[in-house]
Design a binder for this molecule. Structure first.
Ligand SMILES: *Cc1c(COP(=O)(O)O)cnc(C)c1O
Length: 441
């Protein structure tokens, strides 16, 4: 049944009751996490010192396809979920394309991005086991903002290491975190061994997610009753984000269509996984042949140019070894404005799926993403986050190919966040100050 509706809304009671775990459905499972010292496979209880136990169990769960969402988490999801699915009719018209373009609008969360989908369960499971303090890192500040709200809700003390380049470029995200009551530290900092070493070697270092992770892990390991949390890359984060795709699946049904292409921008993989995995499960079961496209920055192309091997999740090498597509944990990405995509590696599930040909990736120059963002703002009204603009640029490429081929294509992309706190980046774009940053290994 076709419809001309602009947006597709679910009711509160239709918020998913379980997250979808793709691991049981993968024909080849990712290799295990390894202890860097002994190279021994890490089991859930090896991860307990670092993560809440329930999250550690989710991380290595290859058995349960559906994992129940706790009532307390669903209750907090109700603040903004279910999110709308929107048909980008204005963008379609501007592109004069036969394609139908849909986007899942995750920017409507109180903090403006999808990150809250995982921040809430992570804070919840920490609280449930009696943890009092948590630490984390944040790139553009989106994850830190989300976790600050979640930590406040569940009564946890939070320390956030924020990548220095973003701390200076995006002061309002720091204000947001402080509003919710978190402590925010620019990384690299002098407050940890890892930070001091980096500053000593390179006093002008502007930081990276890898560096900030090292600092947050170090603080968690040296503080009593404290756990570390991570906003992307890990399996349990991808798991929590599947609420996006599970809702979108029902909403595409309301629209009377099924996506030929599903697109997400790619930092460590959580929003891409969230929109993709629920649809990918129908490819894995043989029923569908949707294409999945991860959109990464040209300057940080781990999926298109990375190497598949074990690597650390952080700069200093504190985390377990993760089997991943990686540019090397010491890779320093250019200071592009999509701060949330400046990460050297991809999560182990996505890396495996890419290696086995289940997903595609494209790398996109910075100026193309801002051109796409501007067109989207002018046609759909929403000013996208610079990260999300990578997904929009990829969707525009698909819509243009559909036009050339004269083919009706159904495109679905995830709008991971809005850019209202990123207007300084837009200013620089309009002033002609932004450049394309090539990949510099
Ligand atoms: C953090 C962030 C990303 C990148 O992280 P993923 O884990 O790859 O999703 C993308 N978009 C926005 C708005 C973000 O905040």
């Amino acid at each position: 049944m076709k419809t001309d509706a602009k947006k597709f809304l679910l009711q509160e009671k239709e918020i998913p009751e379980a997250w979808y775990n793709i691991l049981p459905d993968m024909p080849v499972k990712p290799q295990p996490l390894l202890d860097p010292a002994t190279k021994r496979e890490l089991k859930a209880d090896d991860l307990y010192p670092l993560f809440a136990e329930e999250l550690a169990k989710q991380e290595v769960n290859t058995v349960d396809r559906w994992i129940e969402i706790p009532e307390e988490v669903r209750d907090m999801y109700k603040i903004w979920r279910p999110t709308p699915l929107v048909r980008a009719t204005g963008l379609e018209k501007a592109l004069d394309t036969p394609a139908h373009i849909y986007f899942k609008n995750e920017s409507v969360s109180p903090v403006g991005s999808h990150k809250l989908n995982s921040a809430i369960p992570q804070a919840y499971y920490c609280k449930k086991q009696g943890v009092t303090n948590i630490t984390t890192e944040t790139g553009a500040g989106q994850w830190g903002a989300a976790l600050s709200l979640a930590a406040r809700h569940f009564g946890l003390e939070l320390a956030v290491y924020m990548v220095k380049v973003s701390y200076n470029q995006k002061p309002y995200r720091r204000s947001i975190m402080q509003t919710y009551g978190a402590e925010v530290i620019a990384s690299p900092s002098m407050s940890t061994k890892a930070g001091r070493k980096i500053i000593t070697d390179n006093p002008n270092c502007q930081g990276s997610l890898g560096t900030a992770i090292s600092e947050a892990v170090e603080l968690a390991m040296s503080t009593p009753n404290c756990k570390y949390t991570l906003g992307s890359v890990l399996n349990h984060v991808a798991l929590h984000q599947t609420v996006i795709g599970l809702e979108a699946e029902k909403q595409m049904e309301m629209a009377g269509e099924y996506p030929d292409v599903v697109i997400g921008c790619f930092g460590g993989g959580s929003n891409f996984s969230g929109i993709s995995f629920p649809f990918l499960r129908h490819n894995l079961s043989g029923g569908r042949s949707t294409r999945f496209v991860a959109a990464e920055p040209e300057s940080c192309p781990k999926l298109t140019k990375g190497e598949f091997r074990y690597d650390f999740g952080d700069e200093a090498g504190y985390t377990p070894l993760i089997p991943m597509l990686t540019l090397g944990h010491d890779f320093m990405p250019a200071n592009i404005h999509a701060g949330g995509l400046r990460y050297h590696g991809a999560g182990s599930i996505v890396s495996r799926l890419k290696k086995d040909g289940f997903i595609d990736a494209v790398d996109i120059p910075q100026l193309e993403t801002f051109a796409a963002a501007t067109l989207f703002a002018r046609t759909e009204g929403i000013i996208p986050a610079p990260e999300s603009s990578h997904a929009i640029a990829a969707a525009i490429r698909e819509a243009n190919s559909a036009k050339e081929a004269g083919k009706h294509t159904v495109i679905l992309f995830n709008l991971s966040g809005h850019g209202l706190i990123d207007m300084a980046s837009y200013d620089r774009y309009f002033a002609g100050d932004l450049i394309d940053c090539k990949y510099n290994p």
